[in-house]
Design a protein around this ligand. Structure first.
Ligand code: CP
Ligand code: NVA
Length: 336
């Protein structure tokens, strides 16, 4: 499979075969790393990591993956460059494209990452925008493949919570691309936009995916192999929305009763992280002081249970991001 020179901006940029090729390559990278076999496929390569929002996993994954493969990274945080303030995305792209062999971008508008890809002339990887989180999806599908105990094509997952954030959009599009049974369960005010549903429906027509968007938790989780949630207020959303969001989403919290309602004793819990599941964070403490609620999108009981595979997901970010970089940056001398 030749993906040299390609960008990863959203899931629908890939065919199902290309998506699964990256997952398979990541699985091989993981096996090789575990026996200490590192190939240095990015030797002599420089990679820019642009973060307009904060990150633990995505940044660390890109840095460690690039290092494992012999590449060099330059981190540009929210206040580290001229980007957006004194220099447009298009101009920045043309500068960075002259120096770097690939660019990771985490920001707000999807249009910004698309402009960066169009103008830089090098592969650009979307490390999260307000619309999509495609590198997360590669890790999530690898994790589901590991834990499903059945062919991926038979997998059913249900996402509960803010159904129109980046993670929910990407889960809908990814399941649609790969032909899975996907349920998005959220109150009417927080369900996926018509635009996202149209993209998913078009993918599903080709793949045979079964897509459900509902506000009814019981039927949504029934029979699910994986129950997935994400924070109720995403990066970039105003903190004064917390109260409204909690009121809307408390009925969609993932707790022991929700896992039991799947009827599947082997159900697994997934979360892209970071998660608010206890009082050991600033936000967790503030919300507890104001509302007396300890866990938000997931209870501590579920987060810490044997069903929880969230740290496998987190580790898989690194292997899948490594696969994405080595698959899309052409070997030296084979640039197009
Ligand atoms: N899941 C994820 O993208 O985590 P970070 O925000 O820590 O990168
Ligand atoms: N929806 C979350 C995902 C974090 C990885 C956010 O955008 O903050």
């Amino acid at each position: 499979m030749d993906l040299y020179g390609r960008s990863l901006l959203k899931e629908s940029d890939l065919t199902p075969e290309e998506f699964l090729y990256l997952v398979e390559l990541a699985s091989r990278c993981r096996s090789e790393k575990r026996i200490g076999f590192l190939r240095h496929r990015l030797a002599g390569r420089s990679i820019a990591l642009i973060f307009e929002k904060t990150s633990t996993r995505t940044r660390s994954a890109f840095e460690v993956a690039a290092h494992d493969e012999g590449g060099h990274v330059t981190y540009l945080g929210p206040d580290d460059s001229q980007l957006g303030r004194k220099e447009s995305i298009a101009d920045t792209a043309r500068v960075l494209g002259r120096m770097f062999d690939g660019i990771e971008y985490r920001g707000y508008a999807q249009e910004d990452v698309e402009t960066l890809a169009r103008c830089s002339g090098v592969p650009v990887w979307n490390g999260l925008t307000d619309s999509w989180h495609p590198t997360q999806m590669l890790a999530d599908i690898l994790t589901m493949r590991d834990h499903a105990g059945k062919p991926l094509s038979e997998v059913c997952y249900c996402y509960l919570g803010d159904g129109r954030n980046n993670t929910a959009n990407s889960l809908l599009a990814t399941g649609a691309l790969l032909g899975l049974d996907v349920r998005i369960c959220a109150p009417a005010a927080l369900q996926p936009s018509a635009a996202v549903r149209d993209i998913a429906a078009a993918l599903a027509r080709r793949s045979g995916a079964r897509l459900t968007v509902t506000d009814d938790v019981g039927p949504a989780v029934r029979g699910a192999d994986f129950v997935y949630t994400d924070v109720w207020l995403s990066m970039g959303e105003p903190p004064d929305k917390w109260d409204e969001r909690i009121n809307l989403l408390l009925p969609y919290q993932v707790n022991a009763a929700v896992l039991a309602a799947t009827g599947n004793v082997n159900v697994k819990f997934m979360h892209c992280l970071p998660a608010l599941h206890d009082r050991r964070t600033e936000i967790g403490q503030q919300i507890y002081a104001k509302r007396g609620i300890e866990g938000l999108e997931v209870t501590d009981e579920v987060f810490e249970s044997a069903a929880s595979i969230v740290f496998d997901q987190a580790e898989n970010r690194m292997h899948t991001i490594k696969a994405t970089m080595v698959a899309t940056i052409p070997p030296i001398g084979l640039e197009r």
